[in-house]
Design a protein around this ligand. Sequence first.
Ligand SMILES: [Zn+2]
Length: 59
Amino acid sequence: MSNDCTYCGSDVYDHDPVFVEEGTGDDREPAGQFCNYACLSAHIDDEGLVTGARCQVDL
Ligand SMILES: [Zn+2]
């Protein structure tokens, strides 16, 4: 696996890397790596990953 940011392609270890995993049954699989939370947030916005995906509606 390379060190490229999933969002911008920079080397994540040049920044403050954040790693994301997705659960698949009892296992976890890498879902992305990012320079920092800004790249993660931008990736989420671009991909529309949060649309309709809130786990809790009432606050
Ligand atoms: Zn990045």
